[in-house]
Design a protein around this ligand. Structure first.
Ligand SMILES: *Cc1c(COP(=O)(O)O)cnc(C)c1O
Length: 408
């Protein structure tokens, strides 16, 4: 048997059925109109933000990187709870506007911004986190044509990375940001051109579970921001310290110690160098805010045995949960937390693989896990489905189409 990842805390059971927000999954599926279905718990998202606020220094703003999950009801919920939103495309700009989010709270990072995207963002009053000198020049030309003062920040490619992170986004040659040594010249150019100077965005990596590594990266980020602010010769109004807060997906993963990160950041804030004395700081998080609050529910369509192995074939698959199949930036495939939702908490009776309905061997949601005996009609649950699920999976593959989604 292969181990399964840890089921996030906060899920209950009634009469042997998984409950999300105190409602049994059969009722949720009936309400949504079927499976496959992503269910997101508003209560878990609220609690997550509250715990984070408690742990972090009061002056630290919390932003949400919407690429983790741009589902409209989640954006609306988070707009009541957090301080800002980070988008990475013109399409995401449309999404935050549709959710009624004030564009003044939005910043736009990401390489390869088209002129039409720059124009829409400048016209709306969104802050651009510039990814290159070329992009800066295009933004200045477009804002000149529009007669609007652009809000410009520079995304810095730091000269370090976030140790132990699942995805490194800084350090060395990268398509993201402007190499640190070239940042002061670009900052001077932007300020001289009359833009509203918004400061730095420094994002070093993603999905780290090691509080020491995150705290060390934050300290390095503050040091870099101070050096670059000094070399730019201008007051630094804002600094986005990045994020990288991870969640436990796999067997052996441990919960991130946010209290320790918050305490150390508080100490840093208490002794900032003069260059940063008036700077406003934020972090931007994606999966940490929403990942554990989502569950993917998919019904068992067939139960078959091949060479003695049990396969539970479900009506969903990697076209909705690419990450759980191990095909979204993982080197070694490991099992996400998963369970038979309609027999939740029942004893393990057999080894089985939960496989999707796509005609490809890549479509495995749980491999050789220990489960109670499940049959056709039972519902399987894949946890940690709140981030990089529905919007980060190839829903059109094999003509399957998207899953249903629901916030409860
Ligand atoms: C993807 C991304 C995030 C969110 O990453 P998580 O690992 O989901 O927290 C934040 N900032 C930037 C710039 C990103 O590209």
């Amino acid at each position: 048997m292969k181990p399964l990842g840890p089921i996030p805390p906060g899920f209950g059971a009634v009469d042997g059925e998984l409950c999300i927000g105190d409602v049994p999954v059969s009722a949720l599926v009936a309400r949504a109109g079927g499976t496959p279905l992503f269910v997101y718990s508003a209560e878990m998202i609220r609690r997550r933000v509250a715990d984070l606020r408690q742990a972090m220094p009061d002056s630290l703003a919390i932003h949400y990187a919407i690429k983790a999950n741009p589902y409209q009801p989640i954006l609306q919920l988070l707009s009541e709870l957090i301080d800002g939103f980070d988008i990475a495309s013109g399409g995401e700009l449309t999404m935050v506007r549709a959710a009624g989010i004030d564009p003044a709270l939005v910043s736009f990072a990401g390489p390869g911004k088209r002129d039409s995207e720059l124009e829409a963002a400048i016209a709306a009053g969104v802050t651009l986190n510039l990814e290159s000198e070329g992009e800066a020049e295009r933004a200045l030309v477009i804002s000149g044509r529009l007669g609007i003062t652009p809000k410009l920040a520079i995304r810095v490619n730091p000269d370090f990375d976030l140790k132990g992170s699942g995805m490194k986004m800084g350090g060395g040659a990268k398509p993201f940001g402007v190499d640190a040594e070239r940042v002061p010249a670009l900052a001077k150019r932007i300020i001289a051109a009359g833009a509203e100077w918004r400061g730095f965005h420094i994002f070093a990596g993603s999905q780290a579970l090691d509080a020491d590594a995150i705290a060390e990266t934050q300290a390095q980020t503050l040091g870099l921001a101070a050096r670059l602010a000094d070399a730019s010769g201008a007051v630094l109004p804002h600094c986005n310290l990045g994020g990288g807060f991870g969640i436990p997906y796999f067997p052996g993963d441990e919960v991130l110690d946010i209290a320790s990160i918050g305490a150390r950041l508080g100490k840093q804030f208490a002794s900032l160098p003069p260059e940063l004395a008036d700077t406003k700081f934020c972090i931007e998080l994606g999966r940490y805010l929403v990942g554990e609050a989502g569950v993917y529910l998919t019904r068992i369509i067939d139960r078959k045995i091949s060479h003695g192995e049990v396969f539970l074939v479900v009506d969903g698959g990697l076209h909705h949960q690419l990450a759980a199949s191990g095909n979204f930036g993982t080197v070694v495939r490991r099992n996400y937390p998963s369970a038979i939702a309609s027999r939740f908490g029942a004893a393990v009776e057999e080894e089985a693989s939960i496989v999707g309905c796509l005609c490809t061997p890549l479509d495995r949601l749980a491999e050789k896990g220990g489960f109670p005996r499940a049959d056709v009609g039972d519902i399987a649950a894949i946890f940690c489905a709140g981030a990089y699920g529905a919007s980060a999976s190839p829903a059109a593959f094999l003509g399957q189409g998207p899953a249903l989604e629901m916030l409860v």
